[in-house]
Write a protein of this length. Sequence first.
Length: 183
Amino acid sequence: MSQRPYVIDEMISAKSIAARIEALSHEIAAEFKDTEQLLVVGLLRGSFVFIADLVRELDLPVEVDFLEVSSYGDGMESSREVRILKDLRGQIEGRDVLVVEDIVDTGFTLSRVVSFLSARDPARLRTIALLDKPSRREVDVTADWTGFVIPDEFVVGYGIDYAQRNRNLPFIGKVRFPDEPQP
Ligand code: PRP
């Protein structure tokens, strides 16, 4: 597949991400300290790295499930139509649920997922996003916990892709196109 050439500049290091996840995991454990079992729901595909690191820091009885949702396809613009491609395996009625998202951009994905899961009457439904780009918001939604608030940059790595590439970078990087005039 031919692609416009781009370079990736490191924006958030693997070490900073790990430190932030450790801090967030204490807050989440405090919130759910009385839970029988917390169901941690990762939104595929972007959250797969984040959820793997987060659950290993969580000192709670945890179960893991995944929802697959998609709004961007291979493009850089949200289609604003969030499709549920794969549902959860189990029931969530009466359960404590934590939704794990990699990034909140326009907010369409998180908002749709929260409505979709709330309709199933979980006991507590909370959300966490590693990254938040509030300047891009079109739907009024904010995760209960956020790792890093970032400016409106195109980011990749730590699970996040550009045309399905770069999800395996251990850090969050900013995509830059050398053929574009710099501001
Ligand atoms: C990306 C990202 C978030 C969502 C955020 O998913 O992983 O889930 O977009 O954008 P929004 O706030 O504008 O809705 P994408 O649809 O690209 O799927 P992927 O996770 O499989 O990469």
